[in-house]
Ligand binder design. Structure first.
Ligand code: HEC
Ligand code: HEC
Length: 571
């Protein structure tokens, strides 16, 4: 039978108790739907910034404590400065927490005949633009002839990226361009700070120049260089513009400043836990967009490799082991020609950059290492980032291929890039699944769709039709809505699904059936009246979730207003 006719039919999940009355059409619809549901993947992808799925209780606890450390600004007493850029990781990695941000840092050095020369004796190469006292502030010294801007990168799902085997990354290397495709990526081999002497080098993957291989190394490095927190991996302070005397005058806290808490974990371990247990951002639709074929045909996937599998090694947490992820990067260094920043970092040359991940691209602003693709619409920003791949360097052919695309191919490529980071049902793209998205979901009810059409954002199981199964998944996902599972007609089906199916009128689009009674909001003791005793309940719950009437998980003046609004007898 044609399942497309079934969006009119109320559908209850398999867990509901009989009796339920179905018409013959309904039954004919429900049976295949039930078996589809058993097979369909209606689990929603976590939103960007959520923890990994499948963490154990103690790992979840490590994620939460780590997240607090990540969000706690240092003070002078706890190790801030003397020279620093910001007081906490979250000051830069803000979108979402642990993600990327608009804040840039500056690197400087000298140019000698086209070669970058680092000048640590003058405070290079990272500028610490702030200090705990004016005297200890760093400036870009007059000797510096090269300065470079670096935008904040994301740390989402870094446990997963860390768990990609070195050998998988090096498989894609082609340093001599033996296949003559103009692309010659190479691994940046580096030694982690925590590695013991004589350990093998590891494939770098973090940082704009793939200068770091492990999350812990980045935590140690960033804690000292961005915040001034000396730690067991980087135990000495950086002297402002290399001036050791100034350092001794400004710095009163003994090094290393980072110390173990009662559980034996240092700050750098805590923030490492947080970043390692951050989950990957969503991608909606998950696959099948024609824009991805354009992406592949334009050569983008030669560097922005979609899919990776993490190591299947026993030492890894099960939430990280043998998992497939879609970061869209090869983690290799490429000569980007004029896009280079003139800074040599480790073995990465002045022109080289590591291919950045593209997951969660839709929320990235600004783009590119120097932030020059910024503002405007997503399409403008992303086009300007792509065009900057040429005309010189390994990205040149891709930039030219992009320029030569037909208008419709260009637009489908951009639509595909815009799916990277989109959560299911977030039709309006504001990051929240709310009533506005429900209105849009309803507008696609029963329509057939495919990954290239806007309705695909609501076709969670990607079966080609936006139907009751999708609506049920939406009920479990809607935010800022007072009672998603409300069933005012007691038919065993959430009213939102009835409304979606067209079996319950909702002319004003408030997500509550027109014939359903207005709930008695604020009638805590269910005596049919909102009165002084309910007010007392609300005041007692002030600041907790106990008297929450507007679904924001706290009780405050807004809830008081709701209660007073409904004062009196409920009819
Ligand atoms: C002043 C802003 C700032 C602060 C504070 C900061 N970061 Fe960063 N972070 C950056 C920038 C800029 C980059 C890109 C650096 C580069 O590669 O040149 C970055 C990159 C990273 C990366 C690598 C991402 C990638 O793959 O490119 C990690 C991991 C990281 N930071 C962790 C941290 C942690 C942990 C903290 C707190 C201890 C922290 N950062 C504090 C600005 C900041
Ligand atoms: C030769 C390897 C290579 C190819 C081919 C390539 N890229 Fe890139 N891409 C990079 C590198 C390296 C950067 C970082 C450049 C920088 O920031 O200076 C980058 C940056 C980007 C960015 C900005 C990301 C960010 O986080 O700031 C986007 C978007 C992007 N590429 C999309 C594409 C698309 C679309 C194509 C195909 C038309 C493409 N790239 C082809 C290597 C490549």
């Amino acid at each position: 039978m044609d399942i497309a006719r079934c969006h009119f039919v109320s559908f209850a999940g398999p867990s509901l108790e009989p009796p339920m009355q179905y018409s013959p059409l309904a039954l004919a619809c429900v049976m295949p739907l039930l078996s589809t549901l058993a097979m369909a993947d209606v689990t929603l992808q976590p939103k960007a910034g959520a923890p990994l799925e499948g963490l154990s209780l103690s790992q979840m606890e490590a994620f939460t404590i780590g997240s607090l450390s990540y969000q706690t600004p240092l003070t002078i007493a706890t190790g801030l400065g003397p020279a620093f850029n910001k007081g906490g990781c979250m000051s830069c990695h803000a979108n979402p927490l642990g993600g990327w941000g608009a804040i840039a840092v500056t690197r400087f050095g000298m140019d000698e005949k086209g070669e970058f020369v680092d000048i640590p004796e003058l405070g290079g190469s990272l500028l610490q633009a702030e200090a705990i006292s004016q005297a200890c502030r760093e400036v870009i010294p007059p000797e510096a002839t090269v300065t470079a801007t670096r935008i904040t990168n994301s740390s989402l799902a870094f446990g997963m990226i860390e768990a990609i085997p070195d050998a998988s990354i090096s498989t894609n290397e082609d340093p001599t361009d033996s296949n003559l495709d103009g692309i010659s990526g190479r691994v940046h081999w580096v030694l982690p700070l925590e590695a013991t002497a004589g350990s093998p080098l590891r494939a770098g993957r973090f940082g704009w120049k793939a200068q770091v291989a492990t999350v812990l190394t980045f935590s140690g490095d960033a804690s000292r260089n961005e915040m001034g927190l000396t730690n067991r991996l980087v135990p000495t302070e950086t002297a402002p513009n290399g001036d050791e005397l100034l350092l001794s005058q400004c710095d009163s806290v003994a090094d290393p400043e980072d110390f173990a808490d009662v559980n034996g974990k240092h700050f750098i371990d805590r923030v490492t836990d947080f970043q390692r247990y951050l989950g990957p951002p969503p991608q909606t639709p998950k696959s099948g967009m024609s824009g991805e074929s354009v992406f592949n045909a334009a050569g983008c996937a030669s560097c922005h490799i979609a899919s990776w599998t993490t190591a299947n090694s026993k030492g890894l947490e099960s939430a990280l082991r043998n998992k497939t992820i879609r970061p869209y990067s090869d983690f290799l260094l490429h000569d980007m020609g004029t896009l280079g920043d003139g800074v040599q970092q480790g073995d990465a040359t002045e022109q080289e950059f590591r291919t950045p991940t593209l997951w969660n691209l839709r929320s990235r602003d600004p783009m590119l290492h120097n932030g020059t693709a910024a503002g405007g619409l997503f399409a403008d920003r992303v086009s300007s980032a792509i065009l900057a791949h040429g005309p010189f360097g390994e990205g040149a052919a891709s930039a030219a291929a992009f320029e030569a695309l037909s208008a419709s191919d260009k637009s489908s490529l951009i639509t595909f890039l815009d799916s990277l980071g989109r959560a299911e049902f977030d039709f309006d793209g504001d990051g929240v699944r709310d009533l506005e998205d429900f209105t849009l979901l309803r507008s696609y009810a029963g329509t057939s769709t495919n990954p290239n059409l806007p309705g695909a954002v609501g076709d969670v199981d990607q079966n080609g039709i936006v139907n009751a199964i999708d609506a049920m998944a939406f009920v479990g996902a809607i935010e800022n809505f007072e009672d998603p599972t409300r069933d005012c007609n007691s038919n065993g089906i959430a009213d939102l699904v009835d409304i979606f199916n067209g079996t319950m009128p909702d002319a004003d689009g408030d997500g509550r059936g027109d014939n359903c009674p207005t709930p008695c909001v604020g009638d805590f003791n269910s005596d049919g009246t909102v009165d002084a005793s309910d007010l007392a309940t609300l005041l007692n719950a002030w600041g907790t979730a106990g008297g929450d009437l507007n679904a924001d998980a706290t009780t405050d003046a807004a809830d008081l207003a709701v209660l007073l609004n409904g004062w009196g007898s409920c009819t």
